[in-house]
Design a protein around this ligand. Structure first.
Ligand SMILES: Cc1ncc(COP(=O)(O)O)c(C=O)c1O
Length: 279
């Protein structure tokens, strides 16, 4: 059975509990981060910890731990789950218990979950996927908060329409990101991705650092009308890598097949990951 770290203790997953008066339970207040391992080593641990810190700051939760301490806890949790060759690592910082039952009062709880990585459907990467759009904006876009109700509803809708992800379109008609992904489009031979009011994905960051060798990069807003005319589109995330998008709602992207630039980006990311594993 998996071992989780919960508020100071390592416990079997079926004994992992927090008090019901925690603001995470009462109000959905808290932040989280998801990273994965390659060859048992956490990929971009430092970057994920820094983002956890930024997320906490954005929702006014004070982290009681130094990032080095959280890192040590993450590594020990992984070590206690050695039988999992590759794992997803979820770090959660709750709002904690609070006398007024709504405002964080400096008692956050730290949780680290290590779970198996579910297999990804190979056809996503062989044929590309359909995504849908939803008119929705994330409340605190720079934070990976615990509020994923709109995401869960949008994903349910996506699945009912044979799509794998939903893209958020804001009130001005700009596409921002997916429920758990960032968005990239190849527009007139430039790689474009929105920069403002999106979660700064770690996969996005890696792609941006690699893409410069392949094509010019533009960080700017993307109107939905422009996205639908893109030559290529793909989404990125820790839980999916780079997924080519060949259909958005009822519009086919490009010629409906995975584009050459997307293939080049996927190869560059694969190479980066391989090098990390050899380190
Ligand atoms: C809203 C949102 N955008 C983007 C991402 C992708 O971020 P990352 O590449 O760090 O997984 C996520 C990840 O869960 C997310 O929830």
């Amino acid at each position: 059975m998996a071992i989780f770290y919960v508020d100071g203790k390592f416990v079997a997953s079926d004994r992992a509990v927090i008090p019901v008066d925690d603001l995470a339970v009462l109000r959905g207040i808290g932040v989280c981060d998801l990273m994965r391992t390659f060859q048992g080593k956490p990929y971009f641990l430092k970057e994920h910890l820094e983002r956890l810190e930024q997320s906490a700051r954005a929702v006014d939760i004070v982290l009681k731990w130094r990032l080095e301490e959280i890192k040590a806890i993450v590594l020990e949790t992984l070590d206690r789950n050695r039988e999992m060759t590759e794992a997803n690592i979820r770090i959660i910082v709750t709002g904690g218990s609070s006398t007024d039952f709504i405002t964080p009062q400096g008692n956050p709880r730290l949780i680290v979950l290590v779970t198996r990585i579910p297999p990804l459907p190979p056809e996503w990467y062989q044929n590309g996927v359909k995504v849908i759009t939803v008119n929705q904006e994330r409340e605190v876009p720079e934070a990976k908060s615990l509020s994923y109700i709109p995401a869960a509803l949008a994903l349910k809708k996506a699945k009912s329409l044979q799509a794998v992800e939903a893209l958020y379109v804001n009130r001005d008609g700009f596409v921002k990101e997916g429920t758990t992904s960032n968005l990239f489009a190849v527009l007139n031979a430039h790689l474009v991705t929105p920069e403002d009011k999106v979660l700064k994905g770690i996969t996005r960051k890696v792609i941006l650092s690699l893409a410069g060798k392949i094509m010019t990069v533009e960080l700017r807003p993307i109107p939905l009308t422009e996205l639908l005319c893109a030559q290529e589109v793909f989404i990125t995330g820790t839980n999916k890598g780079v997924v080519p998008v060949v259909k958005i709602d009822d519009t086919t992207i490009g010629d409906g097949r995975i584009g050459e630039k997307t293939r080049q980006i996927i190869r560059a990311l694969d190479e980066h990951t391989l090098n990390f594993q050899k380190e």
